[in-house]
Ligand binder design. Structure first.
Ligand SMILES: [Zn+2]
Length: 264
């Protein structure tokens, strides 16, 4: 009897350790659609036609739920009320149980879903984390009403580039797309992943041609530098990259290839 109990305890301890150690990544789909190649910057018409002969590019908006050890973290919140909560609920996660939301930046397709259809906090028990330069740009400099009213619903924590934002998650400066855009390096039990926000929007052309930018980039030159920096880092360290506009499943292993990259 004692032996059985001891064996049970040992197996439970081992199970809970195994559970706490690694990373668990869930891709949450906000929407999928198409975008026009007119969004691209630094791309000639012939280059656009080479990758997108009909002028249409596949596009998607994603968010990610990552368990870092025992801590479940929502990375970005999608565009519209209800979509990411619905995705979470199909995976057995209640909005009340979302405690930590890390935002990569403050574009509408990343923070819009913080607000529910009644104008209240979609994640009533969550604290939101955003980089200080990003907060300063949208709230203090642009005084953007919709950003301000969405963030008002939450306790908002600001952090600096390079900070360990929560246990096991560090913010990497990948500014350019927006002034405070960050990518997050999450690590647990020897496993790592980069949650890279808008490090690229249209991988079909931006992996082989990382110099191609998009009209949404606040500083396209810096956005290109940040893309190359992060993809070089991911390729050298063999760390998978999850991105909010990467085609499903939203996660790529990156390899250097000439002046650009391949991903699969
Ligand atoms: Zn975006």
């Amino acid at each position: 009897m004692t032996k059985i109990i001891a064996a049970l305890i040992i197996s439970l301890v081992m199970a809970s350790c195994a559970f706490a150690e690694g990373l668990e990544v869930l891709t949450l789909v906000e929407t999928q659609g198409q975008s026009d190649t007119g969004l691209l910057v630094n791309a000639s018409d012939s280059l656009k036609a080479e990758y997108f002969p009909d002028g249409k590019m596949p596009s998607q908006i994603l968010a990610f739920w990552v368990k870092v050890g025992d801590n479940g973290i929502l990375f970005d919140a999608g565009l519209r009320a209800g979509n990411i909560p619905a995705e979470l609920s199909t995976k057995g996660i209640d909005t009340e149980n979302v405690k930590t939301i890390l935002l990569t930046h403050l574009h509408g397709d990343h923070y819009g879903g913080l607000v529910n259809a009644e104008g209240k906090a979609a994640f009533p028990n969550a604290e939101v984390y955003v980089s200080k330069p990003e907060y300063d740009y949208w709230v203090n400099e642009l005084k953007n009403d919709s950003v301000i009213s969405a963030l008002k619903l939450y306790k908002v924590n600001q952090f600096a580039f390079g900070d360990e934002v929560v246990a096991g998650v560090r913010a990497i400066d990948t500014s350019g797309h927006t002034p405070g855009h960050v990518s997050y390096l999450a690590e647990s039990g020897g496993e790592k992943i980069l949650i890279a926000g808008d490090i690229m929007h249209f991988q079909t052309i931006q992996l082989p041609h990382p110099e191609v930018a998009v009209k949404y980039d606040v500083d396209p030159v810096k956005a290109v530098q940040s893309r190359k920096f992060l993809l070089d880092y991911a390729a050298e360290k063999h760390i998978a990259v999850a991105g909010m506009h990467i085609m499903l499943p939203g996660v790529l292993d990156i390899t250097k290839s000439g002046e650009g990259y391949t991903g699969k």
